[in-house]
Design a binder for this molecule. Structure first.
Ligand SMILES: Nc1nc2c(ncn2[C@@H]2O[C@H](COP(=O)(O)OP(=O)(O)OP(=O)(O)O)[C@@H](O)[C@H]2O)c(=O)[nH]1
Ligand SMILES: [Mg+2]
Length: 260
């Protein structure tokens, strides 16, 4: 994959995509955090940009539809035949968020017990965890807590973003869906995860969901970068003065109030 090729036009995010359900959203702001918007306008996003790739892992019971979900978004395809993922697989997706290039590496892991120990070795370093369950199988919702616990053993619970995704929405009747959603919202709130319901067969909510993942991961990355930079302000440029070969920092411009 060429990281320098232009981003596809349908992967450009100029606004914050909205949550599905207010009761289980990671945050309910209508817009990106003002510090993030400001940093992007001034191209002060540090390492978040062309060369930084954020890792997202997708976990959940076997056959809940993890691979189909990724394939619907990345390749716009759907396969009705089940082929178990063996170990892991991954796809790269490039976005442009508020004018800044941003890449997600989507790790599709195996749900089958016999491949789980291979898959779990790839959990480390995730910035977002997507836990998938089947909206038509209550046991798969119950198992999400264990999937989360396993994924969090390898990651920092305070910094990772969580998404709980109900799959195969096309197979539920409206009445069945309402009942399942009530339980799923409770689980999402306990986990502090954002809740989504999708269908990879029809494509319902798939693009909206991944755009939200990209936007919130990007926002968290830029905020963390701004935090880390502290006194060393992002955007300060080290220049070599050709006259005396000294290294010096360029004087930083006065920041507008939204960036302080
Ligand atoms: N009707 C319907 N079927 C789906 C949907 N998503 C997946 N399926 C079917 O469910 C089966 C399993 O899908 P996969 O995506 O392979 O499941 P998985 O979670 O990746 O399974 P493992 O790799 O074993 O962990 C396949 O037969 C899919 O066609 C959906 O949105 N609607
Ligand atoms: Mg799979």
């Amino acid at each position: 994959m060429n990281l320098l090729a232009p981003v596809r036009r349908d992967r450009v995010l100029a606004e914050l995509p909205q949550y599905l359900r207010k009761e289980a959203a990671l945050h309910t702001r209508r817009d990106f955090h003002p510090r993030v918007t400001c940093a992007c306008q001034e191209h002060r996003t540090g390492t978040v940009g062309r060369f930084k790739i954020s890792k997202v892992i997708v976990v959940g019971d076997l056959s809940v539809g993890k691979t189909c979900l990724i394939n619907r978004f990345c390749k716009d395809t759907f396969d009705k035949n089940y082929k178990a993922t063996i170990g892991v697989d991954f796809e790269m997706e490039r976005f442009e968020v508020l004018g800044i290039p941003f890449s997600l590496q989507l790790w599709d892991t195996a749900g089958q017990e016999r491949f789980k120990c291979i898959a779990s070795t790839y959990y480390r370093g995730a910035q977002a965890i997507i836990i998938v369950f089947n909206l038509n199988d209550v046991a798969s919702l119950e198992h999400t807590k264990q999937w989360l616990a396993d994924a969090l053993k390898e990651n920092d619970p305070s910094s990772v973003l969580l998404f709980l995704v109900g799959s195969k929405k096309d197979l539920s009747t409206p009445a069945q869906y309402v009942l399942m959603e009530r339980d799923a919202l409770k689980v999402a709130q306990e986990m502090k995860a954002e809740y989504w319901a999708v269908s990879s067969l029809t494509g319902e909510n798939v693009r909206e969901f991944f755009f939200r993942v990209a936007a919130l991961t990007f926002e968290a990355n830029v905020l963390a970068e701004l935090e880390r930079s502290g006194a060393r302000r992002i955007g300060d440029v080290v220049r070599i003065n050709s006259d005396d070969n000294n290294l010096y920092l360029t004087a930083s411009k006065k920041k507008p109030p939204c960036c302080l």
